[in-house]
Design a protein around this ligand. Structure first.
Ligand SMILES: Cc1cc2nc3c(=O)[nH]c(=O)nc-3n(C[C@H](O)[C@H](O)[C@H](O)COP(=O)(O)OP(=O)(O)OC[C@H]3O[C@@H](n4cnc5c(N)ncnc54)[C@H](O)[C@@H]3O)c2cc1C
Length: 458
């Protein structure tokens, strides 16, 4: 990008809010994939108007624009694979409004999700989408990826809580979608179109969210099983027994081993899997469901249940669960991390398949995740220095995807496609679907300047 364009970017956001220093560019060159692509320039706009002006400039000089929240994405979404401008949205970090009476809020995209959750909690309200990264990821990144988390099993994911958006389009026009009301069916649902669009259709500059009352009471349970199959079968059975957990997480033996020291009690050596489960709601309702849960687990072979007694114990259990993903790097330096989804009742087949795949290819493959909604994180551990392992990793991933689709599942439940899964898109989407999606992309971004190289296979 030439100096003249960089000067014009500085004129829009202020010289002090844009950088081309090599050290700074490195700070905005990576994400959760650990891949690195240097941008030409990073700008820190602080208003919708500045972003609109930057988009008009990009349309004139034809340089790529890549929105960046916290850079915690797991599929390379915020990586500037073709260089250009990274729009770092950290200065757009205001909670504009929390409307308690109407149970909605308006936030800017750079607001940290966990901080927003705490702010609404203070007024007795609840924003459920809770990615494990919530202490550092942003609301804009969550919207663009349609992030989910443990609570999705009861409350749903980001798209279920966003009812309106302000978006800067590729030509600099400002679009507002949706409503401030619970209901609204005027015209096409453009809000949903932008959610999960990974920064390829527009830059989200404001988000209107629904909120719900904070549940009155919550209990936490840990189910241990000496049989992987039995533990995973229990997932669908729990939901079939009129029990409505607000979280239902699963960890296999390898995942447990990584965080054993963080658990209130280390698991016995014969434990093959654990389920971490919570039930929330009114106290009576929680008690009735707890009774049904105990009856079910106690009548299931190989499984035992215990209730977390104290707040510290509950927090320790969650800290251990959240620590699994980063802790996997204790096993090897690199991994292929997938977030596939299968119907709940097919989880036992999926984990049996991954165990078999690991044995066959001599790779460590561990599974954990949001079992309540069938969203299992499959981590294929690799030593990148060994070419043979890389090849095996690629084989394992393709076989995993084919198996997931044959089980009636989908390639991604929350991490999106980005660059890491784009080659596999045609495995899941038929030619007509792909064509319509590409036409939509061309309609919103005819010059191909918004996050080029993402989602679609090249
Ligand atoms: C330890 C760890 C745990 C995680 N756990 C979960 C989990 O439980 N559930 C889950 O869903 N994800 C999880 N993730 C993945 C990641 O945190 C989410 O995808 C999150 O939504 C990304 O937010 P971000 O602010 O970091 O976005 P970034 O990584 O910066 O960007 C992600 C994508 O959004 C686009 N984007 C960002 N802001 C905007 C905007 N304002 N307008 C348009 N496009 C934009 C970017 O261009 C990019 O395509 C985890 C990641 C880590 C590292």
């Amino acid at each position: 990008m030439n100096k003249d364009i960089i000067k014009k970017i500085g004129d829009i956001v202020g010289r002090e809010n844009c950088t081309i220093s090599r050290e700074d560019l490195h700070c905005y060159s990576y994400d959760g994939t650990r891949k690195i692509f240097l941008p030409s320039v990073v700008a820190f706009p602080d208003s919708t108007a500045q972003i609109a002006a930057l988009m008009r400039l990009a349309g004139t000089y034809l340089f790529p624009v890549v929105a960046r929240g916290a850079g915690s994405g797991m599929t390379g979404g915020c990586l500037p694979v073709q260089g250009g401008l990274v729009l770092a949205l950290s200065r757009l970090n205001n909670i504009v409004e929390i409307d308690r009476d109407n149970q909605i809020a308006i936030v800017e995209p750079g607001v940290i999700t966990g901080e927003f959750q705490q702010a609404v909690k203070k007024v007795g309200l609840f924003y459920p989408p809770d990615p494990a990264s919530s202490s550092f990821c942003t609301m804009g990144g969550n919207a663009a990826e349609c992030a989910g988390g443990p609570s999705a099993v009861k409350y749903g994911v980001t798209k279920d809580f966003i009812i309106g958006l302000e978006v800067v389009l590729a030509d600099g026009e400002i679009l507002t979608t949706g409503t401030r009301t619970e209901k609204g069916v005027v015209g096409y649902d453009l809000t949903r179109l932008f959610i999960g669009s990974e920064g390829t259709l527009g830059i989200i500059t404001k988000i209107i969210t629904r909120l719900i009352p904070l549940p009155e009471h919550k209990e936490t349970f840990l189910i241990s099983s000496t049989s992987l199959l039995q533990a995973t079968r229990l997932v669908a059975e729990i939901l079939g027994h009129n029990i409505s957990p607000c979280t239902l997480e699963y960890m296999d033996k390898t995942a447990l081993g990584l965080v054993a020291k963080m658990l209130p009690e280390p698991p016995e050596p014969d434990i093959e899997a654990m389920l971490l489960l919570e039930i929330d709601g009114h106290k009576n309702e929680v008690s009735a469901q707890t009774e049904r849960l105990y009856n079910l687990v106690q009548s299931t072979s190989h499984c035992t249940i215990r209730q977390a007694g104290t707040e510290t114990e509950k927090e320790d259990l969650w800290q251990a669960r959240r620590a699994i993903s980063p802790a996997t790097f204790q096993l090897s330096k690199h991994k292929i991390s997938e977030d596939v989804v299968v119907p709940r009742s097919r989880i036992p087949e999926l984990v049996q398949f991954t165990e078999q795949l690991g044995r066959e290819l001599n790779l460590i493959i561990l599974t954990f995740g949001h079992a309540g909604d069938g969203n299992i994180h499959v981590n294929i551990m690799l030593d990148r220095d060994q070419e043979e392992q890389q090849l095996k990793g690629d084989i394992a991933r393709e076989r995993l995807f084919r198996q997931v689709l044959s089980l009636g599942g989908t390639l991604s439940g929350e991490h999106g496609i980005g660059i890491t899964k784009s080659a596999f898109l045609p495995l899941e989407l038929d030619a007509t679907t792909l064509k319509i999606m590409q036409k939509l992309k061309a309609l919103f971004d005819p010059k191909g300047i918004l996050n080029p190289g993402k989602i679609f296979p090249s």
